[in-house]
Every structure is written in structure tokens, then in C-alpha cells.
Design a protein around this ligand. Structure first.
Ligand SMILES: Cc1cc2nc3c(=O)[nH]c(=O)nc-3n(C[C@H](O)[C@H](O)[C@H](O)COP(=O)(O)OP(=O)(O)OC[C@H]3O[C@@H](n4cnc5c(N)ncnc54)[C@H](O)[C@@H]3O)c2cc1C
Ligand code: SF4
Ligand code: SF4
Length: 821
């Protein structure tokens, strides 16, 4: 095999590096060994195609799924949404259009057909030619019409299975739709209407088209990523390979680390070209394993029988057979860790892994480093881009964080922040709010005076309610439950799978019953009515679980019932007590060290995070529409270790707590425990971990970084479960053949997992971060993914029975019918 790679001389590892080696190895084992690709940057678009610019809609590939049927569907539906909008008035833009459609690709033409049907005054503007993306597909390209059973909205439909058939079919369906040939520069909202600015000749003013609504359907095809090399604009640099035979006997440089680059290199070598394959990484780890194998086979023996019969993804445009008709095969040289610096007419210059310059004879360059959305168009038009932070983004985030700082301190009195009593007193809003007798502390008195005297009777349900109503925590829990229920209904309606329905109902029930009705109403009501009287069996149980307590006005500490659901160290108050509460210790140990690990072994960490936990309940309901805001990539994956630090902190406290109990109050471990737990300035566990991270950051970052910030990065219970999950049988198994590498699964994962990188290689997804939310399974347009179990070798041993993908439900129905016949 020909591999050019110089091994740079390296000095031995430093003392610091040796010291931190175990931590790095542990981090690698737990979190950084997994693929860490990032989602593609796309404009921020709502589900109906609308954007932050009123009246401007985005459809087609730019909404996320690069498939013909989805593109056509979004185009037609955008017109249906516009027509149904009560603020839209036909002919409401004097001298202008009802709708201007930018781009005459699949989605734009589907929108045009729908607009024609609705009798709208519309114009479609196209930079090159009708259906240019499809017209430019390679000759004879096979067309996938995924999902097979989907019928897109509107009149544009697809049945052909070759490029030529498809062009003929869609051209025939759009006869009579006139297209104006112009490139659009941007869209702006001016004087109560939208204006579409057309590209002008140099020195000429831009023509504008006034419109009430604008549909942007410009696809992603034309925007290939740049190499950043000198001479990149030369005519010999291509982004697609149409006919490998053209390059027989030529010196070809292929650049890129994915499947399209690998398959281009294979095709050109087989067609008789002298290929150099350059990529940035140390080795080829992004392409499918069989493509990597083929590259290495050809590098070792150019005459090897290597075939790529079917394009591997929608970005792939080569079909390769043995030798491609060449008299003699070519040659393949692999150049890892290299970067193209200059492209000359007859040469290329690259730097290799050691930084040395390599000069190669060259006739043609294939830059196969992917495409990206035309983001500048959207920036010029004022449409926000995912992951880009504007002034408004920072201002709204800061204001919401300030609200959360106030709310969590108001909710929780008695916190120690700075260690300086006077400062802590000011920051401790809960306490001075209470001293001033402001809402909600005045509620019992007000209710007795204005509503009913029954509110003064703690044995009456009103009395129980009255006590609860003076606690800020009651309102917080009420708001929490309401969000889980309201946004849970929204989630069930939008995602429509039995898995989502069952999961959401389970989360809402646990949240509402165990974390609200039971501790705030049912247990106190039972207690005040003598159910837990001393000397009775129930009283004996209550004595062990809910000690006598009057801070809230109840007879016992019923709030400890949270511990029935929330396990240590997420909920630690039942374990870090002054004297051991043996029953709670038993419950906590059983939860954290027996039941949870057993359940995780079979079903993954999501069994708790996705089906039981209250943090998960809010994240999967209120947070469902914000899931794509979670940052991905290797940089962020390192922050997954914050939870491990907090877990270590909790473990240390546990050891000190047990030692303190054993050696007695006032002993050294007891004193250190209290210092670290609640007295240390800023970094005490109660304030720093529980209030700042779980509360303020956890909720405060919801609408800017998704609802799983706390769960993914910092929760100490999750951190422990990540370790358990490394030994789990659970995996998301993938049907590799169906994967079109669209990246949707990675984009929707609010745990930052690069799901696509497992799926397109046919590997089970084993990243311990998975919370079984099912968003990837449900959103995959081709039904690649299924929850399941695997053996140690990664072979699937079982798949879930409850459907989590709409596509699988249709397949089940079809198969069921077929079997019935
Ligand atoms: C090589 C390849 C193979 C594929 N194979 C399949 C397959 O087998 N099955 C499948 O389902 N999908 C496949 N796809 C995906 C499918 O082609 C796309 O999903 C679909 O074409 C997207 O339609 P669209 O309307 O969003 O964008 P496009 O079809 O890309 O149309 C965008 C149009 O906008 C125009 N435009 C761009 N900028 C401007 C501007 N500023 N002003 C005016 N006009 C502008 C462009 O010229 C273009 O005509 C493939 C894609 C590629 C690239
Ligand atoms: S189910 Fe999918 S989307 Fe949800 S956390 Fe797991 S990998 Fe991510
Ligand atoms: S598995 Fe992921 S990348 Fe593959 S088709 Fe499904 S959503 Fe797209």
C-alpha cells in the first residue's frame, strides 16, 4: 500500500501529561471515544416553514430533510399555510405579488403548482434552470423515492427510478408554470411588505419585486464548501464526478474524508487515473467501513476487484464497476493528515502531517468536502441561522437568567452563597420575602379572611391547600406539572407514535402524582386526618420516612416523598441528614445501586432519564421544540465530564457523612461534611450544584441551549448512569442500507450524540448519553433506526416492540396485511 506520511519526531510525554493520563483515558472511555460530528448549519425555520421575518417562508432541503418527497411536501404545504392565514389578503400588495417563490427546484415548483391551484398572483424566480439540481444528477442515476409510502402534499409526485425518467416526469407535471430567470440577492421587509431584491449588473440599481409573502426554495446544491487553497477557482477543480472514464491516465487529486471522496477516489482509480487521496485526519474514519476497505484494497493492489454499485448517500454521484472499461487500472496513493495549499495549472501543493510541503503533478482536483446551506443569503435577509448568536440572543438569555436567579432564590430560602452573612441575607430572597409577609406567605390569612374559614382547618382539604399555598415550592411544582402536561400533549400530537404517547403519559403521571399531589396534598391531608397517628402501623412507617416537622405548617416532612422517585445523588436530602434515616438510606441504596443499574443493563440510561426523572419530563415536553439547540462536537463532549466531577463531590460527601455519623456530631468528618455541603463559600454542594447548576443553569439555558443542559453535562446521577450504561445491552440499531446520511438524527439529538455516524456505518448507537427520547428514531425519514439490544460483538439480539417510528408503523401495517392475505 502506498501511504505518504512522515512521522514527526516527538519529545516524551511531560510530567503533567503523565499525571493526567488516567483522567484522559477515563474521559476517552466514557465520553470522547464516540463519534462527535456536528449538525449542518441551517436557517431557523418553524414547522410550518415560517421564519423570524414575518411573511418569509423557507421550504425544501433547507428545512432539514434532503429528499424529493419531503421537499415537494414542504413547498405545497407552505402555500396551504399562507392561504389559511387570516392576515393574508389576495391582491393586498398593490402593484406586487401575493407570493414570490425563489428557486424552481422541486419544492419551489410544488409551491408554484399549489399557488396556481389556489388562484394566487405569484412569480417564480430561478437563477439557472427549472429543476437544475436534478438535471445535473449524473447520467442514469438511480432515484430513491423514500419514504416509499409517503404521498407528498400538492400535485408534484414522483414515481420514476432513473434521473432521466424523473426529469421527464416532473417537467410534464409542471407544464405551464412560467419561470423568470434571475438570481435573487436577498429579501427585506420594507413599508409593511416584503421586497425581493434581484441581482443587478455592476453599477446598476437592484430591481425589487414587492410581495405579500415570499417562499425561499433555493436548496443546498450549489453551495459547495471551499478548500481555502490558492487557485481553487480554476476550471480543473470539480465538486462532482460525472464520468470517471474521462480521467483515465490523468493525475487526479481527490480531497475529502467522507464517502463521496472515498468513492470518487475508487472510481477514478478503477477508470485508470493516477489518484492521490488527501484528507485531514490521521485515518479514514468517516466513510462506511466497506468503502475504507476498498480504498485500502486499491491502494495495495490497483487491480483489485472493487465495486461500488449503488450510491451510498444523496451526496454521492458515482457508480463504479470493475475497471470502468479502462485498459489498465490506475494507482491510488493515500495522503493522510494533509492540506491542499495551492492549485497550479499542472501541479498541486499540499502540506503533509509533519508540515512539510509536497508537490504533485496534477491535471484535475475533486474537492469532495461537502455542501453547505446558502447561509449568506439568509444573513442578508435577516433570517437567523442555527447556532449563531445575535445581540438579541445574548440580551434575552441574560434577562431570563436574571429571572431564574431571582426565582430559584425566592423558591429556596436559607442558602449559603458567599459565606458572608450580610451578603447572604440580601441574596436570600426567600427569607426576606417571608419576613415582609409578601405573596405567597400571606395566602393562608387572605384565604381565611376572604374565601372560607375552612382554610384555617388543616384537616380539611382547603386547610392542606392553604398551607401548601404559602410555599413558593408549591407554585414552582404546579407550574412544572402544568408545563409537562400542556407541552406533553403538544408532543404527543406532533410526534404521533405509540412510544411517544406512552412515554409522555408515564412522565406526566409520575410528575403530577408522585412529585406534586402526593407530597403537597395527599400525604399532608392523610396526616392531618390522623392516618399516621403514633402507635399505629402507618404511624410507625411515617415516623421512619417523614419526621415531625413544622417549618411549612404540616405535622411531618412530607416533602421527603420526592425521594420515592428522585434517586440519590440527584435528590440528596434524604441521605445527607444529621442522623441516619435508615429507611430512606435503604430506599436510596436500592434505587441507585440495584434497580437503576439492572434496568440500565437491559434498556439503557433512558429507562430513568427518559421515563421517570422530573428533569427529563420537562426536557421532553417543554424542551421538545428546542432540542436542536444543543451544541454538538468534540469540544462540547469534554464538558460531559462536569457531571463526573459533581459525582465525585457527592461520593466524597457520602463518605464524610457516613464517617460523621459513625464518629459523632462535631467529629472532624462531620465538620468537613457540613462545610462542603452547605457552608463553603460559593462552591458548597447545596448552592453550587443543586441551586446554581440544576436550577438556574438547568432551567435558565432551556430556550437557548435546549432542555437537557443539566442532564447531559452536569447531573451527578446521570454521571453515575453513564458508567452503568457502558455495560448496557441497549443500543439503537441501524439498517445501514436505508441511511441517506441526511444528519437529521444527529440534529435532533438533545444529548449531543452524533447518531448519523453510527447509523451510516450500520453500527449500534452505544453512546451512554442516550436518554431514549426517540427523537432520532421518530425523525429519521427513511426508518433506519430502531431501539434494541445487542450482544458484546454489537449484533442485534432484540428490537423494541412498541413502534417509535411512523415509518415502521406503516411497514408493520403493510406487512400485517400482506401476512393476513
Ligand atoms: C447528487 C444528488 C442525488 C440525490 N438523489 C436523491 C434521490 O435519489 N432521492 C431523493 O429523494 N432525493 C435525492 N436528492 C435530494 C433531492 O435532489 C433534493 O432533496 C431536492 O432536489 C431538493 O429540492 P429543493 O427545491 O429544496 O432544492 P433544489 O432542487 O436544489 O432547487 C433549488 C433551486 O434554487 C435555485 N437557486 C439557488 N439560489 C438561488 C437564488 N439566489 N436565486 C434564484 N434561484 C436560486 C437553484 O438554481 C435551484 O434550481 C439528491 C440530491 C443530490 C445533490
Ligand atoms: S433516542 Fe436518539 S435523539 Fe434521543 S437521546 Fe438517544 S440518540 Fe439522542
Ligand atoms: S439514520 Fe440519520 S442520517 Fe441516516 S437517514 Fe436516518 S436520520 Fe438520516
Amino acid at each position: 500500500m502506498t501511504v505518504l506520511n512522515s512521522a514527526p519526531g516527538r519529545a516524551g510525554p511531560s510530567f503533567w501529561s503523565k499525571l493526567t493520563q488516567p483522567v484522559r483515558a477515563y474521559t476517552e472511555w466514557l465520553h470522547t471515544c464516540w463519534p462527535a460530528g456536528t449538525p449542518e448549519k441551517l436557517p431557523v425555520v418553524n414547522e410550518d416553514g415560517s421564519t423570524a421575518v414575518p411573511g418569509l417562508y423557507v421550504v425544501g432541503d433547507l428545512t432539514g430533510i434532503p429528499l424529493l418527497k419531503f421537499s415537494a411536501d414542504t413547498g405545497a404545504k407552505a402555500i396551504q399555510t399562507i392561504v389559511a392565514d387570516p392576515t393574508f389578503k389576495r391582491g393586498g400588495t398593490p402593484g406586487g405579488y401575493d407570493v414570490v417563490i425563489i428557486g424552481a427546484g422541486v419544492s419551489g415548483m410544488a409551491a408554484a403548482l399549489e399557488a396556481k391551484k389556489a388562484g394566487l398572483k405569484f412569480l417564480i424566480v430561478e437563477a439557472t434552470e427549472k429543476f437544475s439540481t436534478i438535471v445535473n444528477f449524473p447520467k442514469g442515476k438511480h432515484i430513491f423515492t423514500y419514504p416509499t409510502d409517503m404521498v407528498p402534499a400538492g400535485d408534484l409526485q414522483f414515481h420514476a427510478d432513473t434521473k432521466e425518467g424523473l426529469v421527464e416526469e416532473i417537467t410534464a407535471q409542471t407544464i405551464g408554470v412560467e419561470v423568470r430567470k434571475e438570481r435573487v440577492d436577498r429579501v427585506a421587509r420594507e413599508g409593511g411588505m416584503l421586497k425581493v431584491y434581484l441581482n443587478a449588473q455592476k453599477g446598476m440599481p437592484m430591481e425589487t419585486l414587492p410581495a405579500q409573502r415570499v417562499i425561499v426554495a433555493i436548496g443546498r446544491s450549489g453551495n459547495f464548501r471551499k478548500l481555502g487553497a490558492k487557485g481553487e477557482e480554476k476550471g480543473k477543480v470539480y465538486n462532482r464526478l460525472h464520468d470517471p472514464k474521462e480521467f483515465a491516465g490523468k493525475n487526479v487529486l481527490v480531497v475529502g474524508g467522507g464517502d463521496s471522496a472515498a468513492e470518487t477516489a475508487i472510481a477514478c482509480t478503477q477508470a485508470g487515473a493516477n489518484v492521490t487521496f488527501s484528507f485531514r485526519g490521521k485515518q479514514l474514519d468517516r466513510p462506511k467501513p466497506e468503502n475504507v476497505e476498498k480504498v485500502h484494497m486499491l491502494a495495495a493492489d490497483p487491480a483489485a476487484d472493487v465495486r461500488v454499485e449503488r450510491p451510498s448517500s444523496e451526496r454521492q454521484s458515482t457508480a463504479v464497476g470493475k475497471y470502468m472499461g479502462a485498459m489498465t487500472p490506475g494507482k491510488m496513493t493515500i495522503l493522510p493528515e494533509s492540506k491542499v495549499t495551492t492549485i497550479h495549472d499542472d501541479k498541486v501543493e499540499l502540506t503533509d502531517g509533519a508540515g512539510a510541503m509536497v508537490s504533485l503533478d496534477n491535471d484535475v482536483v475533486f474537492s469532495m468536502i461537502g455542501r453547505e446551506a446558502p447561509l449568506d443569503f439568509f444573513r442578508r435577509s435577516g433570517v437567523p441561522i442555527h447556532g449563531e448568536r445575535s445581540v438579541k440572543w445574548w440580551v434575552t438569555l441574560s434577562l431570563f437568567m436574571m429571572f431564574c436567579i431571582w426565582m430559584f432564590h425566592w423558591k429556596k430560602g436559607g442558602v449559603h452563597i458567599t459565606g458572608i452573612a450580610a451578603v447572604d441575607k440580601i441574596l436570600d430572597m426567600g427569607h426576606w420575602w417571608e419576613k415582609l409577609g409578601w405573596f405567597p406567605y400571606n395566602m393562608p390569612g387572605w384565604l381565611v379572611g376572604h374565601v372560607s374559614v375552612s382554610f384555617a382547618n388543616p384537616a380539611h382539604l382547603f386547610g392542606v391547600l392553604s398551607i401548601a399555598l404559602k410555599s413558593p415550592g408549591f407554585y414552582y411544582s404546579l407550574a412544572y406539572c402544568s408545563c409537562v402536561v400542556i407541552f406533553g400533549i403538544d408532543r404527543i400530537r406532533r410526534r404521533k407514535t405509540p412510544y411517544i404517547r406512552n412515554q409522555t403519559i408515564c412522565l406526566a403521571f409520575i410528575q403530577c402524582f408522585f412529585l406534586f399531589v402526593l407530597p403537597f396534598l395527599l400525604l399532608p391531608w392523610a396526616g392531618h386526618n390522623g392516618w399516621f397517628a403514633t402507635g399505629t402501623t402507618m404511624g410507625g412507617i411515617a415516623d421512619r420516612l417523614f419526621e415531625p416537622y413544622d417549618a411549612m405548617g404540616h405535622d411531618r416532612a412530607y416533602w421527603r416523598a420526592f425521594g420515592l422517585i428522585l434517586a440519590w445523588p440527584l435528590f440528596f436530602f434524604n441521605v445527607f441528614t444529621d442522623q441516619p434515616m435508615w429507611w430512606w438510606l435503604g430506599i436510596s441504596i436500592a434505587q441507585t445501586f440495584i434497580f437503576i443499574p439492572i434496568a440500565i443493563y437491559f434498556y439503557g440510561k433512558g429507562v430513568y432519564c427518559g421515563w421517570i426523572c422530573s428533569c427529563g419530563a420537562l426536557a421532553e415536553t417543554l424542551g421538545d421544540r428546542h432540542r436542536t439547540k444543543m451544541p454538538h462536537g468534540p469540544f462540547w463532549n469534554r464538558f460531559n465530564m462536569v457531571g463526573q466531577v459533581f459525582l465525585a463531590f457527592a461520593m466524597l460527601l457520602l463518605v464524610l457523612r457516613v464517617a460523621g455519623w459513625t464518629l459523632g456530631t462535631g467529629s472532624r468528618p462531620d465538620l468537613i461534611f457540613h462545610y462542603l455541603y452547605e457552608r463553603m463559600p460559593v462552591f458548597n454542594y447545596k448552592w453550587f450544584v443543586d441551586l446554581l447548576w440544576a436550577g438556574i443553569f438547568g432551567v435558565g439555558l432551556y430556550f437557548w441551549f435546549s432542555g437537557r443542559v443539566w442532564c447531559r453535562f452536569a447531573c451527578p446521577l446521570a454521571a453515575l448512569m453513564h458508567i452503568y450504561a457502558r455495560f448496557s445491552k441497549f443500543g439503537i440499531v441501524a439498517d445501514k442500507k436505508k441511511c441517506i446520511s441526511c444528519n437529521v438524527c444527529t440534529t435532533v439529538c438533545h444529548q449531543g450524540i452524533d447518531v448519523m455516524n453510527f447509523a451510516n456505518k450500520g453500527l449500534p448507537m452505544k453512546d451512554p448519553q442516550c436518554v431514549r427520547c426517540s427523537a432520532c428514531v421518530q425523525s429519521c425519514p427513511t426508518g433506519v433506526l430502531t431501539f434494541g439490544m445487542t450482544d458484546k460483538m454489537g449484533n442485534t439480539t432484540r428490537t423494541d416492540k412498541t413502534p417509535a417510528s411512523r415509518l415502521h408503523m406503516v411497514e408493520l401495517k403493510v406487512n400485517g396485511k400482506a401476512m393476513a392475505h
